[in-house]
Write a protein that binds this ligand. Structure first.
Ligand code: ZN
Length: 252
């Protein structure tokens, strides 16, 4: 299976044109500012994980191994639920951010937020399918109202949250599931981690441009399989899941 870092690095390469165009500079991350929202039920659409599990293990397990497997499966199921709740909140939050950016006359920031919301929706389908497979009904998180401030503040909060989700949550979920047999869950977590890393990079760029009041440029495309956002229209396939670029949708 392909490692995460090459995948994330490849995704970052696709950002280069935009990063160069916009003169991105890195800033220290700020504390997370999560935002609650109304969750949507899982879409029942079947996911297409790139790393499908071919066969079950044939060798008999020792009681110790069986106990470890059961614990790993339980942890994965719990993590899938947590991830689903997080992505539900993020999807509605980004949608609210997009509306706010439109109101402020910041169409490019609005487009990025719509793209991020679209990315979350793809992840929700993947995670929802995994939860359904594990015998869980479509989850519904507690309803709350998204916290929406100015677009500059929203993007700052989103940057912190996306970074935290990738570096803390998905990193931990992957540690707990890797080495196990649930390859579809591993794939979903890896896609989610890459998506959030790339979202954070894009948000950083747009935030910097807002701070200097310069015009924002660049097109934005969404991978329908893994939710990755890319700014390069010249790629042949998704750098994360290898879906043909022809299947991508442009975010407007
Ligand atoms: Zn993809």
């Amino acid at each position: 299976m392909m490692g995460l870092m090459p995948r994330a690095a490849a995704a970052a390469v696709c950002l280069l044109p935009l990063l160069l165009l916009m003169g991105c500079d890195k800033k220290a991350d700020t504390p997370a500012n999560g935002g609650g929202t109304t969750a949507k039920p899982a879409d029942a659409q079947t996911a297409k994980p790139g790393d499908a599990k071919p066969t079950a293990e044939a060798a008999p397990q020792s009681p110790d191994q069986a106990a470890k497997s059961a614990a790993s499966a339980a942890a994965t199921k719990a993590n899938l639920q947590k991830a689903f709740d997080t992505e539900s909140a993020e999807a509605a939050l980004y949608q609210a951010y997009a509306t706010k950016a439109d109101q402020e006359g910041l169409p490019q920031a609005a487009r990025l937020c719509r793209g991020a919301a679209g990315s979350e929706q793809v992840l929700l389908k993947l995670l929802g399918a995994e939860l359904t497979k594990s015998g869980q009904t479509a989850p519904s998180a507690a309803a709350s109202t998204p916290v929406v401030k100015t677009t500059a503040e929203n993007l700052k909060a989103a940057l912190a949250t996306d970074t935290l989700i990738a570096e803390r949550d998905y990193s931990r979920y992957l540690q707990q599931v890797e080495g196990g047999s649930d390859n579809a869950a591993i794939t979903a977590f890896k896609y989610a981690m890459s998506d959030h890393e790339v979202d954070a990079q894009l948000i950083r760029v747009v935030s910097d441009r807002l701070a200097t009041a310069k015009t924002l440029d660049g097109r934005l495309f969404l991978c329908p399989t893994c939710g990755l956002l890319v700014t390069d229209a010249d790629i042949a396939t998704c750098p994360s899941c290898f879906t043909a670029f022809a299947k991508f949708t442009e975010v407007h």
